[in-house]
Write a protein that binds this ligand. Structure first.
Ligand SMILES: Nc1ncnc2c1ncn2[C@@H]1O[C@H](COP(=O)(O)OP(=O)(O)OP(=O)(O)O)[C@@H](O)[C@H]1O
Ligand SMILES: [Mg+2]
Length: 375
């Protein structure tokens, strides 16, 4: 699978741009703030139906504009496919594949598998447990549409249960039968989600450990665990926490409280890992993400590497580049603020490499390896 070309209109700092891509390696070089990450974000958007960096879709519209659109033409199993994402002020987000609009944007997720490695994005390691749940949900969702729909229903039901608890307190009444209907739904959906998460972690954990060993010179033992209220008798936990939920007006039991502890020699990496160890763990998670999608989808996901040369040390860059050279990956997109470094790294790689210069929202290919010179 690969992206043949992408067109942007009013997406972030791009007014209008079209890029014809290499099937193999694509590098985007340009000064800070020129639009390199924004371009990767547009590719991410076409797969995941949202930005990787902003939670609000309207922030993807170029300043002072009223719409944006992204169009990508892919080749998958020798078939052409076209994905379009767009938004117009005051309207619902549009997501189309081969000219057919989806009823729900979420139904598109998983059709165009993708992994983004942005080494600065260490929220998944250092942030709260919600960041880790989001991270894994995004991976499972790309391989399991039923999981994603169950999760959406679960979150919706939980919101309803929380507003009901609020109503009870505000209007000073209590209806146990009504509340129990929500509990039942949450438990039913929760069980399905729990089972999928548990299965996923069993397959994912060895991949993380294996990649960590490969990219770090150290021999710490890393582990990834999964704990949930659903490990116990969850019906009883709902009963036991009823009084507390009524006071807090929140649902305190459920899969929205699941934890994925990241451990290194039995200690939490978040608290005790050095910056280098945390970064290695993040890369290991992402490479495991790549392997997992490859195995489940039987296609190599697009791999987006944002600023990795700047943020990783030589050893880890060498390891990653060995993988790039070894055909482990499919189509790759790389950004770098320093062209000479990119030229040096890709000069001797025997793949089809295209280098593009990005300048204030304009993208231009630097033709031929002979022209990879520093002015
Ligand atoms: N909605 C928007 N409309 C217009 N410009 C935007 C919008 N959102 C972001 N930008 C601009 O895009 C630029 C940032 O682009 P981007 O993050 O892609 O840069 P970059 O080339 O990756 O830089 P760096 O090398 O620093 O990572 C900034 O100048 C920012 O102001
Ligand atoms: Mg950037």
């Amino acid at each position: 699978m690969h992206l043949e070309n992408i067109s942007l209109n009013n997406f972030k700092n791009y007014e209008s741009a079209k890029v014809h891509l290499s099937k193999e390696i694509n590098c985007f070089v340009g000064k800070n703030g020129s639009g390199k990450t924004n371009l990767l974000d547009a590719i991410y958007y076409l797969s995941i139906t949202r930005s990787a960096f902003t939670s609000q879709d309207v922030q993807c519209m170029k300043h002072d504009e009223t719409y944006f659109s992204i169009r990508g033409e892919y080749e998958i199993d020798e078939k052409k496919r076209t994905a379009i994402c767009g938004l117009q002020t005051g309207k619902k987000k549009l997501v189309k594949l081969d000219d057919k609009p989806y009823r729900k944007a979420s139904e598109h997720i998983g059709k165009l598998p993708l992994v983004l490695i942005a080494p600065d994005d260490t929220d998944v390691i250092r942030g709260g447990s919600e960041d880790r749940r989001k991270f894994f949900d995004a991976i499972i969702a790309q391989t399991d549409q039923a999981y994603l729909q169950n999760l959406i229903k679960y979150n919706h039901t939980m919101k309803q249960r929380n507003s009901l608890l609020k109503q009870f307190l505000e209007r000073d009444y209590f209806d146990i039968t009504l509340l129990k209907q929500y509990d039942k739904q949450l438990i039913e959906l929760g069980k399905l989600i729990y089972k999928a998460r548990k299965q996923f972690i069993t397959a994912f954990q060895p991949l993380v450990a294996q990649h960590y060993q490969q990219i770090s010179e150290k021999s710490e033992n890393v582990a990834l665990e999964y704990t949930s209220h659903f490990d116990e008798d969850v019906e009883m936990l709902f009963e036991d926490n009823l009084a507390k939920d009524r006071v807090l007006k929140r649902t305190s039991i459920g899969i929205h409280k699941d934890e994925y502890p990241f451990l290194m020699d039995d200690r939490h990496i978040r608290k005790f890992g050095s910056q280098g160890q945390q970064k290695s763990y993040l890369i290991a998670l992402k490479l495991a993400n790549f392997d997992f999608l490859l195995k489940e989808k039987e296609v190599k996901p697009l791999l987006l590497l944002d600023d990795i040369f700047d943020k990783l040390d030589d050893f880890r860059i060498t390891k990653l580049m060995e993988m790039v050279a070894s055909d482990a990956f499919g189509q790759i997109f790389v950004t770098d603020a320093r062209p000479e470094r990119t030229f040096g790294i890709f000069e001797n790689i025997e793949h089809d490499v295209k280098i593009f210069s990005v300048e204030q929202g304009a993208i231009q290919e630097i033709d031929g390896r002979d022209n990879w010179v520093i002015e």
